[in-house]
Design a protein around this ligand. Sequence first.
Ligand code: AMP
Length: 188
Amino acid sequence: MFIKTGAKIMTDNDDLRALVRTIPDYPKPGIQFRDVSTLLLDGPAFRRTIDRMIALVNPGSFDLIAGIEARGFIVSAAMSYALEKGKVMLRKPGKLPGTAVSIDYALEYGTDRIEMHDDAILPGHRVLLVDDLLATGGTAMAATTLLRGQGAVVEQALFIVDLPDLGGTRKLTAAGVDPGALMAFAGD
Ligand code: AMP
């Protein structure tokens, strides 16, 4: 059912792939921005997206879902609702009211920081990491490091889109995280 080209990619998602808009040279020259907002506008397609992401994982293999702000929240909330799993918010700086831990990381285009509450994870909690898109893997690796630093077991990550040529899948796999995605855009 899967082809293995870095991330585990589910086949037959051309219907969803066609709804991801490509915006060239955003946010800076040379970046092909894969914009999932056009997919999100289509309700039935969003439902199929979530259903097919759920089909890529074994719900018994994780306790919590971690979503990365902001587009990762859309995916993590829908999966969390469908699977009745709790979710951890990995937030942009300065948003969390409680005591937070943070990590800085490099992006495909710049640098950023994510934070989480320091009491969100119980030691040994198995966490599924989700975001809209995997590019260089900097964000997902930072999230993994942050979660593991709090005692979480992070062995699976799930994305709508993988950009395999940017190396994120290799980086996650090398760190012991198995990445899955519904579609890939090669050559970015
Ligand atoms: P990275 O840390 O390089 O794997 O980048 C992943 C994060 O940045 C995700 O949260 C994406 O939403 C966003 N991102 C990076 N590159 C792109 C791109 N080419 N198109 C759309 N989103 C991107």
